[in-house]
Design a protein around this ligand. Sequence first.
Ligand code: MN
Ligand code: MN
Length: 467
Amino acid sequence: MEKKITESKQKKELLFSKSEHAAVRIDEKQKAESDAFARDYMAFLNAAKTERKAVKMSVAALEEKGFVPYSPDMTLKAGDKIYVNNRGKAVIAAVIGTTPVTEGVRLCAAHIDSPRLDLKQNPLYEDYELAMLKTHYYGGIKKYQWTAIPLSLHGVVILSDGSSVEVNIGEDAGDPVFCVTDLLPHLAPAQMKRPASEIIRGEELNILVGSMPFNKDEESEQVKLNILNFLYEKYGMTETDFLSAELEAVPAFPVSEVGFDRSMIGGYGHDDRVCAYPALRAILDCENPIHTAVTILTDKEETGSDGNTGLCSSYLQYFLEDLAECFGAKGRHVMHASQCLSADVNAAFDPTFPDVMEQKNCAYLNHGVCVTKFTGARGKSGTSDASAEFVGTIRRLLDADHVVWQTGELGKVDCGGGGTVAAYIANLDIDTIDIGVPVLSMHAPFEVVSKLDVYMAYRAFCAFIAS
Ligand code: MN
Ligand code: MN
């Protein structure tokens, strides 16, 4: 009898697949590395709350490591480090490999835009002696989550003379913040009967920015005037200059460790800086790769990847074609031989909301970086669906480097769904698979990830670009 149990136990070890907590798979040294990586990531997240800031920080880090701006007439050789800054909103970095570029590149792609509230082009108004800013939300949000929290304001204003002014207010100690107000519960019975998607409507996401009059003159709109006067004195802008501005309101609170055990990180913008930062770090740490390593941090994923800084545009394709031409090769031959990790977050299983997940095929916090063969919705619509062969390649690669990883779909079949940039990259004839960090409360102002999963994402990107 005893022998039989042992035999089945052995067979189970051999035959069953197993996903487990990363903590049981790592040693003390890796735990320390994971904690150190989390500290660096938290600093990045605090400082890079918008796509423009993420690019600025990435470019500074790349230049410090010897990356130089790329131009198509450059002569390139193995070991060279280059980058392209696409309009201050997206960046491509590359380290030239030792094998011919026709053997393909190792591409990591993540996005650096996150859901937020964008100001409208004519945003400022006064209503009952309060100054407010009209917004149009960016990306998929639960609008009610964006009320009654401190907001900071970031972006640029192009003045009438063409000069550019940077706005950055609400992050530093002593800065004022802004907020969208909500109705008190005492007077909200009617509001609470609205469907959840309308508890706060799009046109109710108005940001409170002032309440004092300019002076004691009997003029109308004194509070609005006071705000405009402040903006004029600080930034040299007038109301018309809002027309040529991009101003983004994001949560003003800093990122924090979460839990008594400090095992998690909570903050704004994990989606998708939690993949972008590890991908950036992987290429910063990359020396003399075999295949040319390319990391792209892109914009506009949250609104469908359209526009010249999003991955539906041709800027990645043009870069790869130019790179190919540097070596007398054809872009399409390079792309055909290339491999891509489309690095974006996945939904983590939430025990409070188990019903949306099929529990044999979803990602769990702390079970490592999540590899997702396909995304999409309603019968795999809108996905590139990586081939079994390519999944096999990535699986062997991660296992060989002892990266803790899991696999998971975004929710139950027909329960919703979502896409990533994977399909747009795969459409360039590049083998592409989704991989990323599981997130709790995705797209909320305060998202949560596990430190070990972030570290495993970094390890996965390092293993991939070294292959
Ligand atoms: Mn994302
Ligand atoms: Mn997203």
